[in-house]
Design a binder for this molecule. Sequence first.
Ligand code: ZN
Length: 68
Amino acid sequence: MKEQMIAAAAALVAAWLVGRSIFTHNRVKCPRCGGSKVTRSSLFTARYRACGRCGGAGDVRAVFGSKK
Ligand SMILES: [Zn+2]
């Protein structure tokens, strides 16, 4: 029973975080590429790749950082 209450509380907190992130500061500049949408490979410095953090969107959702 205690575990179920903890799980329910965690779900509520998670839902609250998601809702807050969506309604207040949902989009933030991608911390990895800085909004440039691409990252430069350290091995092949001449090549640019679509940023894996934001999926080439340039910004990410706060808290979870899921693309779009
Ligand atoms: Zn990025």
